[in-house]
Design a protein around this ligand. Structure first.
Ligand code: DX5
Ligand code: ZN
Length: 230
């Protein structure tokens, strides 16, 4: 990963990609301007959906030239950290709600050589983050309930991001937002202080590996709306 900055970064979620063609989908979104590649890992237990695990991450890693941003929607987390690190994750994000020992989890993520992210569900406040700030490289504010792509943005999270941005101050911690991000919702969050914008359906809609230009148009529309709101 390059050094820390607060520029707007678009992180397409491959949850909305063609699951039979991840390698070419990743090459297409990066060629069309993606800054990071967001990988949504779900266990059918912490969230009511199943996606993929470390072997898939390892298989797609050679196709990712930017940043592999792995969002773990799994519980427990700790037994799998080394496997996702070995698979080549740059950032590993675990949920605050995934277990009682998130401090230990964040230490283990950094210990495995990755950037440590903490995700919080829409119903979770930021109070629990205060004593974790020194352990964090990223906070992911969920703007939908995790589990599925294509859900509606939850507006109450705007105030949360604003409060989180104030809490973070000058610390080199990214604020990522995840769920329901479009050219309409991205500027609300960019203005509140988010810098990493995850988007699945809004990036992949209208395009394919054989017709990737819409991916670029979608990415540019989200980025332009977010940057104009800064
Ligand atoms: C939700 C995932 C998101 C999701 C975003 O559980 O963490 O990354 O795929 O999808 P859209 O942009 O379609 O809401
Ligand atoms: Zn995600």
């Amino acid at each position: 990963m390059t050094s820390f900055d607060r520029s707007i970064k678009i992180a397409p979620s491959i949850l909305s990609a063609d699951f039979a063609d991840f390698g070419r989908e990743i090459q297409a979104i990066e060629a069309q301007g993606a800054d990071w590649v967001h990988v949504d890992v779900m266990d059918g237990h912490f969230v009511p959906n199943l996606t993929f695990g470390p072997p898939l991450c390892k298989a797609i890693r050679p196709h990712i030239k930017t940043v592999m941003d792995v969002h773990l929607m799994i519980a427990p987390v700790d037994p799998y950290i080394d496997a996702f690190a070995d698979a080549g994750a740059d950032v590993i994000t675990a949920h605050l709600e995934a277990g009682p020992h998130i401090h230990r989890t964040l230490q283990a993520i950094r210990g495995a050589g990755c950037k440590a992210g903490l995700a919080i569900n829409p119903g979770t406040g930021i109070d629990g983050i205060e004593y974790l700030l020194d352990q964090l490289d990223l906070v992911c504010v969920m703007t939908v309930n995790p589990g599925f792509g294509g859900q509606k943005f939850i507006h109450s999270q705007i105030d949360k991001v604003r409060a989180l941005r104030a809490m973070i101050g000058d610390r080199p911690i990214h604020i990522e937002i995840d769920g329901g991000i479009t050219p309409e919702t991205a500027p609300l969050m960019a203005a509140a202080g988010a810098d990493v914008l995850v988007a699945g359906s809004a990036v992949f809609k209208g395009g394919s590996v054989s017709n990737p230009a819409p991916y670029g148009e979608n990415i540019r529309a989200i980025r332009a709306a977010a940057e104009a709101a800064r």
